[in-house]
Write a protein that binds this ligand. Structure first.
Ligand SMILES: Cc1cc2nc3c(=O)[nH]c(=O)nc-3n(C[C@H](O)[C@H](O)[C@H](O)COP(=O)(O)OP(=O)(O)OC[C@H]3O[C@@H](n4cnc5c(N)ncnc54)[C@H](O)[C@@H]3O)c2cc1C
Length: 525
């Protein structure tokens, strides 16, 4: 009998495994793919070229997790590029966001003196509100029906922190969440490029455009991880795969066992309690506790026999929205592309952060519009990185890797078109878009890897191709993630828990869901 089985070896599952093992449990992690890391992996995609296959920026990982898992001692070199973000404009200029708000403001002044004057105040407001929200992402959402004394105490402490925000910032927090992020940024700034770059974390990974209500909440959730306008740019040499490799080492050292190439096909239940898992090869493993690091839809609709779940719960999980809109393209380049607007600067240091392609709010909204109707936008929103500038060993000498996150790529194409017939359209659309800002980039391409939304589901196990295991919408956050009444990592099946991104807080590579889940699981026995 195994003490605890964890399904999936994504970064959240590895974090959960580590904390359980540290507390004396003996978790067994079962990962379907040949490597652990889930969406946080680095793989070879062409001879001599290695890319962050999917995610290329960290959430960032919660500092306490970095410390507890001793990730830096294990060789992880985190990179905090400066400038953090470059946002090219349509007129050939480039706006650089640096780590120091004053130098960012100087760059903004070239676009608008008024915006430059407001920027430090915006940084301050986002920092204060983000700081408060950080305490919310670290806590377990309280029970709605019967909050315990400890939960009431936590809520009281949260209430005090909220009050200490002061009238202005607490009011901002309450207003910003339900707002469309386009309205939010318009209240502060007049430059369209600046508005779009700052609004982008509010739409990243979602099936929402900047004019969708509630994108303000997604922006705030991102600010809880890193409150800098435009979002985080933290990465690691070797890509996020290097981080999950070290996480696996930490979990093993603490006492966890990790097996790869093991596909769990069924969660076994007896008398309302979990009793183990069945594997694709027919083996059954008995276990006292099963924890799923796989998304909630796949867990409850794919792995659990529906007779074990109450119909109301099943309906809510069926209604849980997972509309994927992301594609990922990795390009092997013969050299670094020349971005207009960077002439005369040291391009290799300027491009170490993220490049935001989406020069205006309407541009982003139109890209979303196309995907709403099942079409690939002609001018997509792109988030681009050159991981070889942080770690040159990811390509042969002198060559570069260009990692492109593309949004909005609708999971279901209009008129029943298949994605396999649109793979090359995706690559040409992305390159055509980039040509406007980095003329000649297409000629530098030696190899390309195109990962479509259905690939995200089929190969990487993300239902609907959703990068966060489920939409980060107001009705699917906090006590309602994944669904109302089940926001505490427990499930209707005794000793079956969730620890993946489909649980609170669930927004990206922070380890937050895995850490919070481990705390609750350890309380439960
Ligand atoms: C293209 C893309 C770009 C992204 N970019 C960023 C970014 O820049 N920054 C950021 O913070 N976040 C980004 N994200 C989101 C982030 O990577 C994910 O939200 C996060 O990695 C989820 O982690 P997880 O551990 O919860 O689950 P996952 O990483 O999804 O891991 C789940 C694991 O379970 C395994 N599995 C599934 N089914 C089974 C089964 N039946 N048996 C055994 N194993 C199974 C899967 O193979 C997978 O390894 C991106 C995601 C994608 C897809």
């Amino acid at each position: 009998m195994t003490d605890t089985v964890i399904i999936g070896g994504g970064h959240n599952a590895l974090v959960t495994a580590f904390y359980l093992a540290k507390a004396g449990r003996t978790p067994l992690v079962l990962e379907r793919r040949p490597i652990v890391g889930g969406c946080a992996i680095s793989e070879d995609f062409a001879p001599g070229f290695r890319a962050p296959t999917l995610a290329h920026t960290l959430g960032p990982i919660r500092p306490s997790i970095v410390r507890d898992m001793q990730l830096e001692r294990r060789g992880v070199a985190f990179a905090r590029p400066d400038p953090r973000i470059l946002a090219p404009a349509d007129d050939g200029r480039v706006l650089a966001f640096t780590n120091d708000p004053r130098t960012s403001a100087e760059a903004i002044a070239k676009f608008s003196a008024k915006d430059a004057a407001r920027y430090p105040e915006f940084c301050d407001a986002l920092g204060k509100v983000g700081g408060f929200l950080q305490s919310l992402v670290e806590m377990t959402p309280p029970s709605i029906d019967a909050p315990s004394k400890a939960e009431m105490w936590e809520l009281l402490k949260t209430g005090r922190k909220f009050r200490s925000l002061g009238r202005r910032h607490s009011f901002a927090l309450l207003r910003w969440g339900p707002m469309a992020v386009a309205d939010l940024v318009a209240e502060w700034f007049e430059t369209d490029l600046l508005r779009a770059a700052i609004a982008a974390p509010g739409i990243f990974g979602t099936f929402m455009g900047p004019w969708s209500a509630g994108t303000g909440a997604v922006l705030l959730l991102a600010a809880a991880n890193d409150p800098q306008p435009g979002g985080t740019s933290v990465t690691a040499a070797g890509g996020p795969g290097h981080v999950t490799h070290a996480m696996a080492e930490a979990a093993r050292e603490a006492g966890a066992e990790i097996r790869t190439g093991v596909d769990v096909v069924r969660i076994l239940v007896r008398d309302g309690a979990v009793s183990g898992v069945a594997l694709a090869d027919g083996t059954e493993l008995a276990a006292n506790v099963v924890i799923s690091g796989v998304d909630p839809k796949r867990t409850f609709l794919g792995l659990v026999d529906p007779v074990e779940l109450e119909p109301g719960f099943l309906t809510r999980i069926r209604n849980y929205r997972v509309p994927g809109t992301a594609a990922k393209l990795n390009f092997a380049l013969s050299s670094l592309p020349a971005f207009t607007g960077l002439d005369g600067t040291d391009a290799a240091s300027a491009l170490r952060g993220r490049v935001h392609i989406g020069p205006g709010i309407d541009y982003l909204e139109r890209a979303f519009d196309a995907s709403k109707y099942g079409e690939i936008p002609e001018q997509p929103y792109l988030d681009v990185r050159f991981p070889t500038l942080t770690d040159p060993s990811m390509a042969p000498a002198g060559r570069q890797v260009m990692s492109v996150y593309m949004q909005y790529a609708p999971f279901t194409l209009r008129g029943g078109a298949t994605w396999d017939s649109r793979r090359s359209t995706l690559a040409s659309t992305v390159l055509r878009t980039l040509e406007r800002y980095a003329p000649g980039v297409t000629r530098l391409v030696e190899h390309e890897q195109v990962i479509t939304p259905p690939d995200l589901e089929r190969v990487f196990g993300l239902t609907g191709g959703h990068v966060f295991h489920g939409e980060l919408a107001l009705d699917q956050l906090f006590t309602m993630r994944p669904t109302l009444g089940w926001g505490q990592y427990r499930t209707p099946i005794r000793n079956l828990f969730l620890c993946g991104s489909g649980t609170h807080p669930g927004n990206g590579l922070t380890g937050g869901s895995g850490r919070n889940a481990a705390r609750e699981i350890l309380k439960s026995r």
